[in-house]
Design a protein around this ligand. Structure first.
Ligand SMILES: Cc1cc2nc3c(=O)[nH]c(=O)nc-3n(C[C@H](O)[C@H](O)[C@H](O)COP(=O)(O)O)c2cc1C
Length: 198
């Protein structure tokens, strides 16, 4: 034994040769930190959803990754998944999310907490406003995951949206095309709501 770090009650760790032995209580704390990890995953074609994802990640103190880099291991290593997509076509997912969705659908999401957000354009695409959020939700809603962060439709002007379920958006809609002045306050209110659940 070369050295030990001790508290009055127990040894935190012991070095034996070149092996570091951690006390079980330290291992339990490390496991808990790992299990509470949060990651933001975004799909973005022209950078809007990416910039928003970076902002959300910064406020949550976590990393944001492109959905192109989403793997089974990333899913496994994070307890909280904050998933963002812009909407393309007529209410469709951002292109890169189709592969990402398959990764999520192959994973065990039963113990995960998931929050959704997305960007759209309520003026030019008022009939399919942020439909991508709805497609993402529909793809994983039967996974057993806990969904947090549904948002009131009050304060949004649109005609129809696949992202509205039981009278609420299933995630946070953001419209940087027409209402970028509202984006920061919408993000802040949403983060305040989801944070206690992460
Ligand atoms: C061809 C095209 C189709 C779009 N379709 C929709 C739509 O159906 N619903 C919506 O809310 N926004 C729609 N949008 C708006 C985009 O979602 C919006 O510009 C978004 O900020 C793009 O984000 P991104 O750069 O992260 O991909 C569309 C934009 C384009 C150019």
């Amino acid at each position: 034994m070369l050295w030990q770090i001790k508290s009055p009650t127990f040894e935190y760790c012991t070095v034996l040769g070149n092996t570091l032995i951690l006390h079980p209580e330290i291992l339990a704390i490390l496991d808990k930190i790992k299990m509470n990890k949060t990651i933001v995953v975004f799909g973005s074609s022209t950078g809007t959803c990416e910039a928003i994802a970076e902002k959300i990640a910064q406020k949550l103190g976590c990393e944001a990754i492109n959905v192109q880099d989403l793997t089974a291991e990333v899913v496994e290593n994070n307890q909280n998944l904050i998933l963002g997509t812009s909407t393309w076509g007529a209410g469709e997912l951002q292109d890169d999310w189709y592969d990402g969705l398959r990764v999520l659908q192959s994973a065990n999401l039963a113990d995960k907490t998931i929050a959704l957000f997305g960007c759209g354009d309520c003026e030019s695409y008022g009939d399919t406003f942020v439909g991508g959020i709805g497609e993402l939700y529909n793809g994983i809603k039967e996974s057993g995951a806990t969904f947090v962060g549904a948002v009131d439709t009050d304060g949004y002007t649109f005609d129809d949206s696949e992202a509205v379920v039981d009278g609420k958006f299933v995630g946070l809609p953001l419209d940087d095309v027409n209402e970028d002045d509202k984006t920061d306050s919408r993000i802040d209110a949403w983060i305040a709501e989801i944070s206690p659940n992460l």
